[in-house]
Design a protein around this ligand. Structure first.
Ligand code: GBH
Length: 481
């Protein structure tokens, strides 16, 4: 059997997202995104915080680049804040030159430092004016046209220098957390204790559909107007947990695990690679799942140059004998961290949904590869929080052995998928370069390989894991020589 190894040109580095790190929320023309507004609502964010200051990366990109260099990173994935580029968001609204120049300089500085930029166009921070004007993601024609124009403006400024593009980060989260559970902006849900508005039985599927069409439309612009001139690749980034059957001997659990994967990954993957939603979703959701028109399919099918994958954890999945609720979004299954045999999937972290299970990562890479005909995959996020980390002293936080072994194990699982299973995975970005605004969990949950002292002048200190990521890649890439 082949030895675990990665190729010389393997692209590895670290990832962040605009609202989680930039701060400067009201500077240089930036206007509110739906996250600024969501954070102001009582009870939405665990510690009552917001992204007004975050890691202040808007003023400290030099520090961030220095950290990337220290870590030996070859790549940096960041996202562009739509509200900096077109503060009001719409296709007839003015472009904000100072917003654009922030990202132009960031890209130039990264390249000067020998670091490849990987740019995400949308990591959840929709201009709020589009939400209030026409319902944001729920309005297909307006949203698709506005996103397409925004994408074109960013391509025009950055395509000469940026070779890796992600349209949307985790459309599943935008749709389910934003329109079903109401945990993320805009917080719509059928749960009337959380929001007077929303319909979890229909809106997530409409939002998801419109995200797919907007992705397809932006990709068409990229391919027609930029790709030939400047080169580069574009794709969508999906999040998915791996699903093991709760009882591997029970075919109904085996099927349930597969269905769970389809409801998360294949919801977006199948339209892009096959031009239709998975059968299991159509069956359960019926007409609540929109149909693709011929025009939409022409945009969506074959719109990935690569498969972008975010992955953190795995579940045991069990079938249910009762019919699905109209608000179900997992494929009518029960998920747990314990199997029928009492096997625990992995140790606890600070995030209730996250338990390390490196084998699940290898399995999911194989699942994607097999289902979609061995596409090129870039892992655009992978990482962990650490139980109780925020309660520790700085001296203890930087000795993050738990996170360091998470990365070591997951990166070896990735190398196994590449060298033993033949998965065409060419890049990996650890989440995250910095401790940052962890959405509804605020600042209490840390995901960074670098500690950020929010109250202490934004001091950044690399943790042990920052070095371990680089060391692990250097070992695995060294093996291939
Ligand atoms: C990523 O999503 C995000 O892209 C990134 O911005 C974020 O900082 C990072 O995760 C760490 O959280 O609360 O039980 O309903 C990862 C996928 C899917 C993880 C939804 C949290 C919520 C589960 N996310 N999940 S629950």
């Amino acid at each position: 059997m082949a030895k675990a190894a990665l190729p010389k040109d393997f692209l590895w580095g670290f990832a962040t997202a605009s609202y989680q790190i930039e701060g400067a929320a009201h500077e240089d023309g930036r206007l509110d995104s739906i996250w600024d507004v969501f954070c102001r609502k009582p009870g939405k964010i665990a510690d009552g915080s917001n992204g007004d200051v975050a890691c202040d990366s808007y003023h400290r990109s030099g520090d961030d680049i220095a950290l990337l260099q220290l870590c030996g990173a070859k790549a940096y994935r960041f996202s562009v804040a739509w509200t900096r580029i077109i503060p009001l968001g719409g296709r007839a609204d003015p472009v904000n030159p100072s917003g654009l120049s922030y990202y132009v300089k960031l890209v130039e500085d990264l390249i000067a430092a020998g670091i490849e930029p990987v740019v995400t166009l949308f990591h959840w921070d929709l201009p709020d004016s589009l939400e209030t004007r026409y319902g944001g993601l729920l309005n297909r024609d307006e949203f698709v046209a506005d996103f397409t124009r925004y994408a074109r403006v960013v391509f025009e400024a950055l395509a000469p220098k940026v070779k890796y593009w992600v349209t949307f980060n985790e459309p599943w989260c935008s749709a389910i957390l934003g329109y079903s559970l109401g945990q993320f902006a805009p917080g719509r849900t059928s749960d009337r204790t959380k929001n007077p508005e929303g319909d979890a039985s229909t809106e997530p599927w409409i939002a998801g559909h419109n995200l797919l069409v907007a992705h397809g439309s932006a990709v068409q612009v990229f391919r027609d107007e930029f790709k030939e001139r400047f080169g580069g690749q574009i794709g969508m980034t999906l999040n998915g947990d791996y699903a093991y059957p709760w009882d591997p001997e029970d075919p109904r659990d085996v099927e349930a695990a597969e269905r769970k994967l389809e409801f998360s990954m294949a919801w977006f993957g199948d339209p892009i690679y096959f031009g239709k939603y998975p059968e299991s979703m159509r069956q359960q959701l019926g007409a609540r799942l929109p149909d693709f028109s011929a025009e939409e399919i022409a945009l969506v099918q074959n719109s990935n140059d690569f498969f972008g994958m975010n992955h953190y954890t795995s579940n045991f999945v069990r079938h249910l004998d009762t019919p699905p609720d109209s608000t179900d979004f997992v494929g009518n299954v029960a998920c747990s961290f314990e199997s029928k045999d009492g096997e625990i999937i992995g140790p606890e972290t600070q995030s209730p949904w996250l338990r390390p299970n490196p084998l699940g990562f290898r399995r999911l890479l194989n699942w994607i590869s097999d289902r979609y005909g061995h596409p090129t995959i870039y892992v655009t996020e992978n990482g962990t929080s650490v139980k109780g980390e925020n309660e520790l002293s700085v001296e203890q936080i930087v000795e993050d052995d738990f996170r360091a072994s998470y990365f070591r194990d997951y990166i070896w699982a990735l190398a196994d998928a590449y060298s033993k299973d033949g998965v065409d995975v060419r890049g990996y970005m650890a989440w995250s370069l910095l401790d940052n605004f962890e959405w509804a969990d605020g600042y209490e949950t840390r995901f960074g390989v670098c500690y950020v002292d929010y109250e202490g002048g934004q001091r950044r200190i690399p943790k042990k894991s920052a070095k371990v990521v680089g060391k692990t890649f250097n070992t695995l890439i060294g093996e291939s020589n």
